[in-house]
Design a protein around this ligand. Structure first.
Ligand code: NAI
Ligand code: UGA
Length: 450
């Protein structure tokens, strides 16, 4: 079986490589010539655990190849499906910008020679597959070509940092189709991934498109809800870690995705929540819950900075802050909508200095932040003479540092833990002033004043 995957970013590259891994012949296509040249040499554009080895293995076995030429990847080569996996960034009004998706659809229409299923893998609003169909039909008509084709919607649910595992062993695969022929092709493609009993759920195309937004919106809602609860815990003298365990053991609620923190980031939750709100507004409906989800998230990104500002009584100019973790979450180099960016910007605005360390995102951070901050060679170097440590991304290597070394390196022993990964009592015993998210700050303050 042969397929083409257009767009070799986080989703396209993982999708193409995982399909190749199960024996399908895949061509990954991108308009970025440098990216394709690098991929041909085994240099990956992104950091994703296990991906490089898998790319190399499958290119060596000649099941996976890279090209900038979409035409030759779909013409007369028995290509049964073309996946569109390009970006759908937010436009100015929050709606998903479909120009990249539709540009690919048009190119497919200009070049296809035989029946194929054109699959939208990108996250796109309801109605997009229909627009893809129309774009292809217009191009075929302009060519005077009478070629049968189908469109399908196959949203992707992988998480960065665990993308391969998520793709190979998905909780479910959702496919929206409008014909039996398309269903057959998609069934054949995904059969190898169904060995573990995970369901392949076929549905109509609009429902598949909506499923993706509903999933991300629900996950974002869980996070904002917990952040709201965490903030209230702090005010009332409760401990959100206890509350999290208390509610998470109810199977109806579940113990996953209820960790409070400094707001959700990344390329998807922020943009997809905005896009769904926008879609609803365009159709005369107000997504009241999601508007609040977004509002809570925006203010949550400032929570750590506000704690810092309060602790230092507004006197931040000239101080040095060590920041551990720059990427929006561990195991990725992705800096898109990372809460670290908000914290850094606020500290710099107040005349403070930031020295950061991240195991893999420093190159990407340099691209975004330039030399506005300093970069440590490792987590300990970032701490030298720092007024406080800010734990921003919970990379495994930050979980149990040697706090004796930490305290010797720092000017002041203050820790602001944006992910609640440290034991508050233990750190306080070691002489640190410790701030987490939603912890018993009130009781602590009371104790301190007695
Ligand atoms: N990043 C993630 O974890 C997930 C992303 N998604 C969705 O998947 C889509 C892609 O996201 P990412 O992979 O993160 O994007 P990305 O920005 O990492 O990659 C997109 C790629 O498409 C290429 N491209 C743009 N126009 C093209 C064209 N005309 N022809 C060929 N290539 C073209 C770009 O050069 C880039 O390499 C988005 O809609 C996103 O919402 C869905 C699930 C997970
Ligand atoms: O559509 C997408 O692109 C993807 O978006 C998310 O994946 P991702 O953004 O890679 O990362 P997550 O692990 O979901 O984390 C998102 C954000 O939520 C935060 N988060 C997550 C979980 C939690 O309990 N608390 C919390 O604050 C993380 O720190 C991070 O900033 C979804 O989890 C994927 O299913 C989806 O495919």
């Amino acid at each position: 079986m042969r397929i083409a995957v257009v767009g070799t970013g986080y989703v396209g590259l993982v999708t193409g490589t995982c399909f190749a891994e199960v024996g399908i012949d895949v061509t990954c296509i991108d308009i970025d010539e440098q990216k394709i040249e690098n991929l041909k040499k085994g240099i990956l554009p992104i950091y994703e655990p296990g991906l490089k080895e898998m790319v190399l293995r499958n290119t060596q076995k000649e099941r996976l190849s890279f090209s900038t030429d979409l035409a030759s990847s779909i013409q007369g080569c028995g290509c049964e499906a073309a996946f569109i996996a390009v970006g759908t960034p937010p436009g100015e009004d929050g709606s998903a910008d479909l120009k990249y998706v539709l540009a690919v659809a048009r190119e497919i229409g200009r070049n296809m020679t035989d029946y194929m299923v054109v699959v939208t893998k990108s996250t796109v609003p309801v109605g997009t597959a229909q627009k893809v169909r129309q774009a292809i039909e217009e191009e075929l008509e302009a060519r005077g070509a009478d070629i049968d084709f189908d469109v399908a919607s196959n949203p992707e649910f992988l998480k960065e940092g665990a993308a391969i595992e998520d793709f190979l062993k998905p909780d479910r695969i959702v496919v929206g189709v409008a014909s039996e022929r398309a269903e057959k092709v998609m069934n054949k493609l995904y059969k190898p991934f169904l060995m573990n009993g995970h369901p392949l759920i076929f549905m109509d195309i609009p429902s598949a498109e909506m499923t993706k937004y509903a999933a991300n919106a629900m996950l974002a809602t869980k996070i904002s809800f917990m952040n709201d609860i965490a903030n209230l815990c702090e005010i009332m003298g409760a401990d959100v870690n206890m509350v999290r365990k208390g509610i998470g053991s109810d199977a109806r609620i579940g113990n996953k995705f209820i960790y409070p923190g400094i707001g959700y980031g990344g390329s998807c939750f922020p943009k997809d929540v905005k896009a769904l709100i926008r879609t609803a507004a365009e159709n005369g409906y107000r997504m009241r819950v999601l508007q609040s989800v977004e509002e809570v998230n925006e203010s949550q990104k400032e929570v750590l900075f506000n704690k810092i500002d309060t602790h230092f009584k507004g006197d931040l100019a000239g101080r040095t802050f060590a920041l551990w973790g720059l990427s929006f979450k561990p195991k990725t180099d992705d800096m898109r909508e990372a809460p670290s960016l908000v914290i850094i910007q606020k500290l710099l605005e107040r005349g403070a200095k930031v020295r950061a360390y991240d195991p893999v995102a420093m190159e990407e951070a340099r691209r975004v932040l330039g030399e506005t901050i300093e970069y440590g060679k490792d987590e300990y170097e970032a701490l030298i003479d720092a007024d406080a440590l800010l734990l921003v991304t919970e990379w495994p290597e930050f979980r149990s540092p040697n706090f004796n070394v930490v305290s010797k390196l720092m000017k002041e022993r203050v820790v602001f833990d944006g992910r609640n990964i440290y034991d508050a009592a233990d750190l306080r015993e070691k002489g640190f002033t410790y701030y987490g998210i939603g912890l018993k700050q009130k009781e602590q303050q009371l104790k301190e004043t007695v």
